[in-house]
Ligand binder design. Sequence first.
Ligand code: DGJ
Length: 751
Amino acid sequence: MTLPPDLQHTIMVPTSLPDEGPLLSADHDPIIHLRSAGVSLIVDLRPDVPVVLHWGADLGPVSGSALEVLAKTGGTAQLHSAPDAPRAFSLLPTEYEGWSGVPAISGHRAGTATTPRPKTVSATLEEAGRGGGQIVVHLLDDLSRLAIQLTIGLSEHGLVEVQTTVTAEAATGEAPYDLTGVVAVLPVPARATDVLDLTGKWSRERSPQRGQVRDGQHARQVRRGKPGADSPYLLSVGTPAFASRSGEIWSMHVAWSGDQQWFVERLPEGAGAFSAVLGGGELLRPGEVRLRAGESYESPRVAFAWSDEGLDGIADRFHAQLRSDHPRSTPQPLLLNTWEAVYFEHDLGRLTELVDKAAEIGVERVVLDDGWFRGRRDDRAGLGDWQIDEHVWPDGLAPLVDHVRRRGMTFGLWVEPEMVNLDSALAREHPDWILGPSAGLGGSSRHQYVLDIAKPSAFDYLVASISSIVIRYSIDFLKWDHNRELHEPVHRSPDGDRPGTRDQTLAFYALLDEIQRRCPGLEIESCSSGGGRVDLAVLEHTDRVWTSDCNDPVERQSIQRWTEVLVPPEYIGSHVGPPRSHTTNRVSDTPFRLLTTLFGSAGVEWDLTRCTPDEIEQLSRWAASYKEFRGLVQSGRRVHADLADEQTLLHGSVATDGSRALFCWARLGSSAAAQAGRVPFPGLDSRRDYEVRLREDAGPASPHQLAGPAWFEATREHPVVVPGVVLTTVGVTLPTLNPGQALLLEVTAVS
Ligand code: DGJ
C-alpha cells in the first residue's frame, strides 16, 4: 500500500537502552501505541530489537510519559545463576539477548554465522496501515549479513499480524545463507494458563485438545505439505477454563497452506515481563531456503488475536477481518454436489433427473464431482488428464451444463489439479513432472502422486487445460480437491534432489490466481479429502472450504463449531446427506441433518431421485428457510453457549445490531440429567425485548419427555415475547430432546 507522505514517519532510534535515567528522549515517540477495535499493541523501538510492552486490552489514548512508565514498570529482576544483565525478550528473540527458547531466525552460512544479532537501523510507522497502524522495522545483522524487515500491523478488527522478510547481504562468491526457520513470536502473560488447539483425522477434522501451559513447549509441526485434517488451526492460550463466552484469550493462526510450525513455549525465567510466548511460521526443510546474495525469503503472515470475551470474541475478530479483506458473494447459493448421489457413475440421464429434482427443491448451483474426465471410472486412474471423457460424455458436458442453466442454476465442476495417477496419459508422457526423489517414487496414496507444479511446463499445462474447460462451459465454480499428503516432496534436478514444499505451496497459490485471472468471476472451493486445507492463506485465493466428508449431523455439529472459531459460516460448505451417513454408517433424522447445514454455506449431497415425496417436501421447506436465514447467518456473529452438559448445544447467529437471531438447540447423545434447566441465550441485547418462535420448517424434533415446558410449547402457536435480560442473563427452560435431535428458534427484537 502506498501511503500519503504525511502518514509515514521514519523514526531513527537509539541503538540501545540507556543504562540509567529517563528512558525517553526523541522527537518522535519511540514507544509506539497502536489501537484498534478494543486492542492495544505497544511496541518499544528503543532496544536493539523492538520489544512488545503490551498486547491485549485497549489502554485508551495513553502516550508519552504514560508509555514510559509502562516500559519502566515492566523491567525484570536480576536472577540467580543467570545472565548478568536482565534478559530481554524482543520481537526477534536471540541467544544474544539471553533468550534460551526457540529463536526467531535460525540458519547458517556453510556451517558458520549461526548466532544472529540483528539491530534496528530504522523504523517506519504507517498510521493508516491495516486499519490500526503498521510498524515496519528494518534490522541488520552484521554477523550473518542478513537484512531483516519485520512488519507488525494491527488490523481494523484488532488482529496483530506479523510478517518477516529476510534478505542475504552476502558478498559475491560467498556461501549462501541456509535459512532453517523464521517464526513470529508474541509474549503472553502468566494468567494464560490453559492451552487449546485443534487436531483431527479424515471425517473428524478440527477436534479440540486442551491442556495446561507448562515449562517447555506445546509444539506442533505440520509436515503434510498442507494444513491437514489434524491442522493446529488456531492455537490459543487463556485464563483458567476459558470457554466460548468467557475468559481472556490470546490466539495465533499461521496463514499458510504448506508445512508449518506452531508452539507455546514457557521458560522458568519467563519472556521479559511476560510468562510464555506464542510462536509460529512456515516449517522449512533442511536446504529448502538457501539465500544467495540479494535473495529474500518472505515468511507467511502470522495472525494473532486477543479477546476478553472468550472464543466467540476471538472468532468475531477473524470473521470480521476475513469478511472485509476478502468479501464473498453473499448470500451463498444453495448447492447440489453430485458426489454422494452418484460417485463415479456418471450418466447423463441419471444426472439430468437429479438436476430436475434439485431445481424442484430450490437449488441454485449444481456441482459435478469427480468422474468426468478421461479414464476416471474409479480413483485408480485418470488424474492429470483434464479432458472430458468422450466415452461417458460423447457430446461433452454441454448437454448437462445447458440443462442446469435452463433450470436457472449455475454450474460447478470438481478438479484435483495438483495430483496425478500413474495410470494416466499425463504420467506416461511426463514422468519427470511427478514430485519425488530420483531414487524412485515412494508409495502412492489413494493411488495417486503429486505433480511438481513449480515446474513451469507442468504449471502451464494445468493453467491451459483447466481454464480452457472453464471458459468453454462458462463454469461458475470449481471444487478444487487435494487428496494426498506430500511425502518426500523433492524436485529432481541435475544438481540433486531439492526440497519442494515451499515452491509447491507458492505455485499452488499462483495457479489459483492465474486460472482466476483468465476466468474472471470463477469461484473456487478448497477441498482436501474433506477439510484438510482450511487456512486463512488459502482463503485469500479461494471462496469457500469443503469442511469435511462427514455429513453425519452429530459429528458435523462439532466439526462446524470448531471450523467457525476461525472462518465465518458463508465460507464453510455444509451439505445434507442421506439418512445413513456414508462415513459413520449412523442413521439420523432428516430435520437434524437439514438444520445443521443452515449455519454454513448450505448444499445437498444426496441422491434426490431416491427421496420420498415427503423428503422432497421437507427439502423444499428447508431450501426456503436457508434462503430466508442466509442473509442473517452469513453476515451475523456466531455465538455458542457454554453448557455444563456436553451432550447439548445451543448456538446461534445474531445480527450485528442485535435485532434478529437464529438459534439451534441440539442434543447429540443422552445424559443423566432429565432437564436442562434455564439456558441463557448468548449474544442478544439485554436491553431489548424479543419474540421467540419455534421454527419447524424442516420437520419436528423428537422430545425425550411428555410435554413442555409450557412457555416453549406456546411458541409453536405464536411468538412469545421475552425480555432480553431474561433471555441473556437468567435464561429460559428448553425441552429435553431425544439423542440426535435439534430444533430452531427464531428470535426477533420487538423493542
Ligand atoms: C474427496 C472429497 O472430500 C469428496 O468430497 C469428493 O470430492 C472426493 N474427493 C472425490 O474424489
